[in-house]
Design a protein around this ligand. Structure first.
Ligand SMILES: Cc1cc2nc3c(=O)[nH]c(=O)nc-3n(C[C@H](O)[C@H](O)[C@H](O)COP(=O)(O)OP(=O)(O)OC[C@H]3O[C@@H](n4cnc5c(N)ncnc54)[C@H](O)[C@@H]3O)c2cc1C
Length: 265
């Protein structure tokens, strides 16, 4: 277990350990050791003076869900919706970390959904003692793939104030009642009128579309088809179903946020 950044060193066959809910859930050929991040004592959630929120990578899903709502933070209900989309027991939610969920990079990773939709930026600690920042929507690059290089650690996810204050609309579906997400779509309307649509779970990596104002139905559908080609195929849903569902959800979210009093569905 590392207790300081200086101790955060990884041998060739060692990986970071978050809550371990995935690492200890199946055989891990090729992994010779794990460096536990939970001893680093990172504050789970830090409110910023400018209205932003910093989530430590080791923040558990339960801690995120319990974070108190703040006045004017329209996107706050997304925290609980995203945590509940990971259909584990309370035991899993108490150990699974936000960073572990993002770094695992499954299409149905709800922390990727949440933080990508809110323009989250990943703060990455590099082995040479420096750091770099990558938007979460670019950090996850494919199924079980991220931009993280060996020895790099996701330290935190920084959520800016503006998206947190947005009005949001959400749609999620699973093929099975208690199954993993087949499509998870979040739309935002920022206070400056910007419309941002984030599609996850239906695709191998997150996709985000941004418009200066609410687009027409046709413009939105065309933009999705021009942008997204990697509709995901696994037992949780076929690509054509995921595409059709995402297009439908995107349109429903667009209509909802176009109305005067739209909000989380
Ligand atoms: C019942 C059940 C349901 C589940 N449902 C889902 C689901 O719907 N969607 C889903 O995505 N997952 C699901 N999982 C898998 C897993 O539990 C979650 O993805 C969980 O959030 C992983 O977090 P963790 O902290 O336990 O990660 P760990 O198991 O500790 O690590 C996961 C991976 O991330 C790496 N890692 C962890 N933290 C960092 C860091 N800070 N920096 C760099 N790399 C890091 C590890 O090296 C490892 O490769 C489920 C698991 C169970 C048991």
């Amino acid at each position: 277990m590392a207790s300081s950044r200086a101790e955060l060193r990884f041998a060739d066959d060692e990986v970071p350990l978050g809550g371990g809910t995935w690492l200890f859930s199946e055989e891990q050929p090729g992994i010779g050791g794990m460096v536990d991040l939970t001893g680093l004592g990172w504050e789970p959630l830090v409110e910023q003076a400018d209205g932003g929120l910093t989530i430590a990578a080791t923040c558990t899903l339960a801690e995120l869900r319990a974070h108190p709502e703040r006045a004017g933070r329209g996107a706050h209900p997304l925290f609980a919706l995203a945590v509940d989309a990971l259909l584990g027991s309370w035991k899993i939610h108490r150990f699974a970390t936000v960073g572990g969920n993002i770094c695992l990079a499954l299409p149905a990773g709800p922390m990727t959904t949440l933080t990508a939709a809110l323009d989250g930026v990943g703060l990455i600690w590099t082995p040479d003692g420096t750091e770099r920042r990558v938007p979460i929507v670019e950090l996850v690059t494919g199924v079980r793939q991220t931009v993280l290089r060996h020895g790099e650690v996701l330290r935190a996810i920084e959520l800016p104030a503006l998206p947190l204050a947005a009005r949001v609309a959400v749609r999620r579906i699973s093929l099975a009642e208690l199954g993993r997400s087949g499509a998870f779509v979040i739309a935002r309307r920022d206070v400056d009128g910007t419309f941002v649509l984030t599609i996850t779970a239906a695709t191998s990596r997150p996709h985000q579309l941004r418009f200066a104002s609410i687009p027409s139905a046709t413009a939105l559908a065309n933009a999705i088809d021009e942008t997204v080609a990697d509709w995901y195929d696994d037992p949780h849903g076929a690509p054509d179903w995921r595409r059709a569902t995402s297009l439908l959800f995107a349109e429903e979210c667009r209509v909802e946020l176009d109305s005067a009093d739209g909000g989380v569905a």
